[in-house]
Design a protein. Structure first.
Length: 71
């Protein structure tokens, strides 16, 4: 709110950050469990997958919410 002086943009950013944190928490739990079940060492592969999932979902959530806001 302090940067743009617009409550709607602040709400879009807040919801996008909250959704991104929820996705990060869920993927940080589910991805290592899935890798263990698949027989892969989660210490090797999980960080790359979790970062990719979190970045992609965060990008699309923010842009999707911004597009809905503009319509």
């Amino acid at each position: 709110y302090l940067w743009f002086k617009d409550a709607d943009i602040a709400a879009v950013m807040a919801v996008a950050m909250f959704a991104n944190m929820v996705v990060a928490g869920l993927s940080g739990t589910v991805v290592p469990l899935g890798l263990v079940r698949a027989g892969v060492d989660p210490a090797v592969a999980s960080s790359v997958l979790i970062t990719t999932i979190t970045d992609v979902v965060g990008f699309f959530v923010f842009l999707g919410l911004a597009a809905l806001y503009l319509m």
